[in-house]
Design a protein around this ligand. Structure first.
Ligand code: HEM
Length: 209
């Protein structure tokens, strides 16, 4: 294969961030489910161990987020996260049409990837929402729960800690849903493993789509 068929989309800093992030989030989901639903009848792992692992992974994910945030600002990668609102609904509809129908009829994708376009519109929107709203929200509410003295005692008559915990668990749920869809979408291509290989070697294979 000639190098024209490959694009270096994932520089090393991005792959390191992504690897730590993926592992950290998986640990957070597993330990979080254990903490949320743990009872004498149901325990995926020792409760105290789950709490400790959750706290450590949460701090790791927070520090790692700085790598994503500043890496994106300081390199060209931020240009792939710029969203043009004009015509967005139309572009999203085209992409949804492809995922729900065109893909199964072996049609060409409406937004083929290129040096200028790393994400299709749905990927772009979901990455922006996840990385700039859900994950920071999880980090802020997680840090607040780690240092509860920082939380307002009562919001109207509801406990501030309770409300923060509800927000934290809800955002955790949304990131879990994102992850399931993310894994499915990443497996779409000529071979289901192509995109996963790209995240390891850095190169996106244009023939793999
Ligand atoms: C087992 C876990 C995961 C696997 C196997 C995985 C796999 C992948 C793959 C193959 C790509 C490149 C193709 C693409 O853009 O779709 C990718 C990109 C990406 N993933 Fe994941 N992912 C995982 C977890 C996560 C999590 C938990 C998040 C965020 C909370 C995340 C956020 C992203 C973002 C933002 C990109 C685009 C990065 C960029 O190029 O700027 N991933 N992932």
């Amino acid at each position: 294969m000639t190098s024209e068929n490959k694009i270096y989309f994932y520089p090393i800093w991005l792959r390191i961030w992504h690897g730590i992030n993926a592992l950290g989030i998986l640990i957070l989901i597993y330990t979080g489910i254990n903490m949320q639903f743990s009872s004498p009848k149901f325990e995926l792992m020792n409760f105290e161990l789950a709490v400790n692992l959750h706290n450590i992974s949460g701090i790791l994910i927070t520090l790692n987020y700085l790598l994503f945030f500043f890496g994106n600002i300081l390199t060209n990668n931020h240009k792939y996260y710029r969203l043009k609102l004009k015509g967005l609904i139309k572009r999203l509809n085209l992409q949804i049409g492809y995922y729900t129908s065109g893909l199964f009829k072996h049609e060409q994708p409406p937004f083929p990837l290129s040096q200028k376009r790393k994400f299709n519109p749905m990927q772009k929107v979901s990455y922006i929402i996840t990385m700039y709203f859900f994950v920071p929200g999880l980090i802020i509410t997680g840090l607040a729960l780690l240092f509860p003295e920082l939380i307002i005692e009562k919001v109207y008559s509801v406990s501030g800690i309770f409300m923060t915990a509800v927000f934290h668990a809800s955002l955790g749920f949304l990131v879990s849903i994102f992850l399931i869809v993310h894994l499915y979408v990443a497996s779409i291509g000529k071979h289901p493993l192509n995109n996963f290989k790209s995240m390891i070697n850095g190169y996106h294979d244009l023939n793999g789509h």
